[in-house]
Design a protein around this ligand. Structure first.
Ligand code: ASP
Length: 340
């Protein structure tokens, strides 16, 4: 994978952190994703390619700056994810995909590796930042997952920013809905699996994993789910153990891909269990689950993984995955396709 050294941005992140150098501090690191899928170089214009790279870079540097300033891994992943939720480029927050009824139903979750505390929201329509709501569930409720109107009422009580559902609208996702609906009607609703060759079927969920200077890891994921979803469908992203997992003794994972497969394979927790009980590296565990467990079943997507030493792995079994990281040496990587 080609590595980019974005020295100027990194220098500004470091100067925000004061005079400390990487050597003087306990190691910190962060990785983010903006979804995996049929992302081919030939399908993105140079301008689109650059727009994704710029936004990924902005988000990962924002999260890294939090870590360098002594912030927690939770604060860092929230900072990175909120930037991607606010961007129309990704299927989370603004730019979320549409349901069958042409609305947006958003899912998000977060987990902390030191306490195993976790929070999630599913099927929310009016919360500006679903990841902020997931954190509020974790920090300020006795529950792990809230859904629908109850989750929204809780968010109002918590003083979180609320918006109209149309706040998340984009033309591009509306066109995708029209295409997917046409295709599903042709198939007599037989399946939600749509041929990627005929429909723009990129995913676009966002997520982040991070290690802070106290040695704690955390993971978070936020999504609009899948285009044309119906009947209150909930994917893997808000499900602790499927789309998100964090445990200091193994690893932290955020997933993106075809949620039904990720739920049935409890992907995020499975990767960390392999690390914990088989003693394999995060790269080995991630690769095994993506290629040998998911792919033979037809499950496509990817994950980002970090461990408590700050090792990072970002395996996927699709054409591409929007991704970025800053490792323990401060090296910045931004990539989209298999090669870079
Ligand atoms: N995993 C998400 C879901 O199934 C979709 C995605 O990753 O884009 O809801």
């Amino acid at each position: 994978m080609k590595r980019l050294f974005l020295t100027a941005l990194l220098t500004s992140a470091l100067s925000m952190a004061g005079a400390a150098t990487a050597e003087e501090q306990a190691p910190v690191a962060i990785a983010i994703h903006g979804g995996a899928g049929t992302i081919l170089k030939a399908n993105l214009t140079p301008e689109q390619d650059q727009a994704y790279r710029d936004k990924l870079n902005e988000a990962v540097i924002a999260g890294y700056a939090v870590l360098k300033n002594g912030g927690s891994s939770t604060d860092a992943i929230i900072a990175a994810i909120e930037i991607m939720e606010a961007s129309p480029l990704f299927n989370a927050g603004v730019g979320a995909v549409y349901t069958w009824e042409a609305e947006h139903e958003l899912d998000a979750s977060i987990m902390e590796g030191d306490t195993l505390n976790a929070g999630a929201v599913a099927g929310v329509k009016t919360i500006a930042s679903p990841i902020a709501a997931a954190r509020a569930v974790m920090d300020h409720s006795v529950h792990v997952m809230l859904s629908g109107e109850g989750a929204q009422a809780f968010a109002v009580e918590q003083g979180l920013a609320m918006v109209e559902n149309s706040h998340f609208d984009t033309e591009r996702r509306m066109r995708a809905l029209e295409k997917v609906k046409a295709r599903l009607l042709e198939n007599d609703h037989a399946s939600l699996i749509v041929d990627p060759a005929t429909v723009d079927y990129k995913f676009g969920t966002v997520g982040a994993v991070a290690l802070d200077a106290n040695g704690n890891i955390a993971a978070g994921t936020s999504t609009g789910g899948m285009t044309a979803k119906r009947w209150g469908r909930v994917g893997d992203s808000p499900i602790i153990g499927a789309g998100t997992w964090a445990d200091n003794s193994s690893c932290a994972v955020s997933a993106t891909g075809h949620g039904e497969f990720f739920i049935r394979n409890h992907v995020a927790a499975d990767i960390c269990s392999r690390v914990k009980y088989q003693g394999v590296t995060i790269a080995e565990a991630g690769e095994t689950v993506m290629q040998d467990v998911l792919l033979p079943m037809g499950g496509t997507g990817g994950v980002i993984i970090i461990d408590a030493e700050g090792n990072i792995a970002m395996p996927f079994n699709t054409e591409g995955m929007y991704r970025a990281s800053v490792d323990v040496n401060g090296e910045v990587t931004v990539a989209i396709y298999k090669e870079n």
